[in-house]
Design a protein around this ligand. Structure first.
Ligand code: GYE
Length: 367
């Protein structure tokens, strides 16, 4: 594969610049206006460019903290199988940024053909990405984003701020429909410094600020069930009887928050006193939406493996790739009382998006 690298690298660099100018591709909830979207391309095509050679790919995965993460790992491992032309080296970085930097440096030392990173946090990347660039190894970023460097070729993932904005827009419309006059919210954030945590926090806060909602507290549950449970246990003690909305930034935190609220005798969900909002919409999360315990769940689509493999196959074949690809992500609700939400998305576009009322069929088809 080495012989393709110099060419692919230079092409990628040229294309990165072009894509920066054009804004890249986008899906239904994404910030930008272009038409190509994850879900509609020929993702998953075999690599097939190296006359039988396998393309070596090092993947520095965040960890194993959630159902979302398991689905992401499975998606990447299936897309980068040997019979699809890849030799994947997978490192679970256990939510440890130092370990993730070390994994990437090891990939550079081994001289893999491509490096894929799902960055635990969005900063601290420029030095190691410069090292990868100097070694001629193209880097593809998936899921979470990198803020402090543009030394990667392509990214595929979600518009996290839109997820937070959509949650805010839904809560505003739902509260109006149900005659809920005051919002006193508790937020359980994801891993501090991850772009998923930053985007979801900022998007929701924008609605809170604009509508005079009170955010009583906002602490990290680290995207885990245990984290969600312990933060919610302390919230139940500190804010007993004072909150009517709980926002968990992923489903696993919501499961932990449910356990804590059950233990504290707090009634939540469609028949309760507390509206429970979640993100990810994994199968187990959507089951809770179906049973009415989670009121609304804003999907983050983890099935990025085929799109990432497609990007690498194209680079290996000397083709151009988009700088950004957004996943398509629907919004799920428990009650059939609102059909859609309208909001101004992170790119400043006014959008109206459907709300999917969860049925058993929706749960069965979920990741
Ligand atoms: O929401 C959470 C996971 O980066 C979007 O990470 C991902 C987040 C996801 O732990 O469940």
């Amino acid at each position: 594969m080495k012989k393709f690298l110099a060419f692919a690298m230079s092409l990628a660099m040229v294309f990165s610049l072009a894509a920066c100018n054009s804004g890249g591709s986008s899906a239904s909830n994404a910030s930008e206006d272009s038409t190509s979207a994850a879900g509609s391309s020929e993702a998953g095509a075999p690599a097939g460019s190296s006359g039988g050679d396998l393309i070596t790919v090092g993947f520095a995965q965040v960890g194993h903290e959630s159902d979302w993460r398991t689905a992401s790992t499975n998606s990447v491992q299936a897309a980068f199988s040997k019979d699809k032309g890849f030799d994947l080296q997978f490192v679970d970085c256990d939510n440890n940024s130092a370990k993730q930097l070390e994994a990437v440096r090891n990939f550079i030392q081994q001289g893999v053909d491509y490096i894929v990173i799902d960055p635990i946090v969005s900063t601290g990347w420029d030095t190691v990405l410069t090292e990868a660039q100097s070694a001629g190894i193209p880097v593809i970023v998936i899921d979470r984003t990198i803020d402090d460097s543009d030394k990667y070729v392509s990214w595929v993932g979600s518009e996290f701020t839109n997820e937070g904005l959509a949650a805010g827009a839904w809560l505003k419309a739902y509260a109006e429909k149900k005659g809920i006059k005051e919002i006193n919210a508790l937020v359980i954030e994801g891993t501090t410094g991850s772009s998923a945590q930053i985007g979801r926090t900022n998007g929701f806060k924008k609605y809170a600020d604009a509508n005079g909602w009170k955010i009583l507290d906002s602490q990290s549950g680290n995207f885990t069930q245990d984290g969600g449970q312990s933060v919610m246990e302390s919230y139940c003690k500190s804010y007993q009887g004072k909150f009517n909305v709980v926002v968990c930034q992923n489903d696993n935190e919501a499961f932990g928050a449910e356990d804590a609220m059950n233990a504290a005798g707090v009634k939540y969900g469609i028949d309760g006193d507390v509206v429970l909002i979640s993100f990810d919409a994994c199968k187990a999360g959507l089951k809770e939406v179906l049973s009415g315990k989670i009121n609304a769940d804003f999907q983050c689509n983890p099935l990025q493996g085929p799109f990432c493999a497609d990007i690498i196959s194209k680079l290996a074949a000397g083709q151009t790739v988009e700088k950004k690809t957004y996943m398509k992500e629907p919004w799920y609700v428990s009650e059939d009382v609102l059909t859609d939400i309208s909001y101004t998305n992170n790119a400043g576009n006014d959008v109206t998006e459907p709300l999917i009322h969860v049925t058993q069929d929706v749960v069965d088809k979920a990741y």
